[in-house]
Design a protein around this ligand. Structure first.
Ligand SMILES: Cc1cc2nc3c(=O)[nH]c(=O)nc-3n(C[C@H](O)[C@H](O)[C@H](O)COP(=O)(O)OP(=O)(O)OC[C@H]3O[C@@H](n4cnc5c(N)ncnc54)[C@H](O)[C@@H]3O)c2cc1C
Length: 289
């Protein structure tokens, strides 16, 4: 494990946006993750855990702390469950489970994050979320201690988990699946539909806003006629209005300006306040929350 200096964060997010991290470390095992957390804790160093950066918007100045890149990718298949490291690709897990005729994670195949990011966000699609299939989560606290949290210990809500209020890191998870000969077909249909309706080939971070109760954020933005609206290098996707694309060298500032413009317009025209789904990571701790 090496603490790297001044690593460009735009290389590690699907938006391809973000300045440099003061420190950057890659962890490949639970032991490494635990050691790093202990060291950073002792040094009172600010940190954040990064998966595939597919729901993260870093500041243009970067991150004045340590970014821990999670590459813990061990995997163990059981008869009707799978235990997997938090750095494993959630999309790949969905595809592999379906190929093994294991049902429950078909929805994951279009979500380009890690297992850790998916648990943290309670990622979901097609009517299912992580909370519906999770069995256990391995969690390392700031002191480096491992906790095996059972399904009943876990709290989830729409695009939220209890980990938003905790300071450690998710190291791994077990998902409970069930046998189904339809799994592969279902997974393929889900992926085909998503490819046709969402901009998968551009630089974006998925849905920018959460769906307000009883509404689709994308539909509200579309009905306000905002598709294709552009600020600098940031454009509202013509394919799906809840996606903002980085069409060139968009800055975080431009993405945030476009987000504010969408929120103002939708509020004025519909009275509905859109809440952010994307995780904006401030440069300084004082800007947090
Ligand atoms: C094209 C596209 C389509 C998408 N479609 C969907 C969708 O259908 N449904 C959906 O829910 N999301 C979707 N997303 C958003 C995103 O893929 C998910 O939120 C995903 O779960 C994020 O995982 P990640 O590893 O990229 O997380 P990151 O962006 O790396 O991190 C997100 C947050 O999780 C925290 N985190 C990550 N790993 C850990 C860990 N091991 N321990 C503690 N905290 C951690 C980070 O600190 C950060 O706050 C989409 C994104 C894209 C680009």
């Amino acid at each position: 494990m090496k603490l790297l200096k001044d690593v460009l964060l735009s290389e590690y997010t699907t938006y391809k946006i973000g300045g440099v991290a003061k420190q950057f470390v890659v962890v490949s095992t639970v032991e490494e993750l635990s050691q790093v957390l202990v060291q950073l804790s002792r040094a009172k160093e600010r940190y954040m855990v990064l998966g595939k950066g597919s729901n993260t918007l870093f500041d243009d100045r970067g991150f004045n702390g340590t970014v821990i890149l999670n590459k813990i990718v061990d995997i163990e298949w059981q008869e009707e469950s799978v235990r997997v490291g938090a750095g494993y690709s959630f999309a790949l897990l969905g595809v592999q489970a379906s190929r093994k005729e294991l049902s429950g994670l078909e929805f994951a195949s279009g979500i380009p994050g890690t297992v850790g990011g998916a648990v943290y966000m309670n990622a979901g699609a097609n009517g299912l979320e992580v909370k519906d299939v999770i069995a256990t989560v391995e969690y390392i606290d700031r002191e480096g201690k491992t906790h095996l949290l059972q399904r009943n210990d876990l709290k989830f809500a729409y695009r939220w988990s209890m980990f938003h209020e905790m300071e450690g890191a998710i190291a791994g998870a077990t998902f409970q699946l069930s046998r189904s000969s339809q799994a592969k077909q279902k997974q393929k249909e889900i992926l085909d539909y998503r490819m046709a309706t969402q901009p998968y080939k551009t630089k974006n971070c998925g849905c920018v806003f959460r769906n307000p109760e009883g509404h689709s954020a994308g539909r509200l933005i579309d009905e306000c006629g905002l598709k294709n609206t552009t600020i600098g290098g940031a454009t509202i996707s013509p394919l799906h209005a809840n996606f903002i694309e980085n069409r060139g060298n968009a800055t975080a500032k431009e993405i945030i300006e476009l987000m504010s413009f969408i929120q103002r317009t939708v509020k004025e025209r519909t009275g509905i306040q859109l809440e952010e789904e994307v995780r904006k990571i401030p440069f300084e701790e004082s800007q947090d929350g």
